[in-house]
Design a protein around this ligand. Sequence first.
Ligand SMILES: [Zn+2]
Length: 42
Amino acid sequence: MTCKKCHIQMREEKRTFHKQRKWICPRCGAVRFQLTKKTDKK
Ligand SMILES: [Zn+2]
């Protein structure tokens, strides 16, 4: 996951929010959520 503005690698937040991965840009502080894939079966 890279920041759209800075084009650098974002760091992943340890917490998950509604089965979404939270990514934070260390440069501009932008937050993005990555949807978990449906193929993720238990
Ligand atoms: Zn950024």
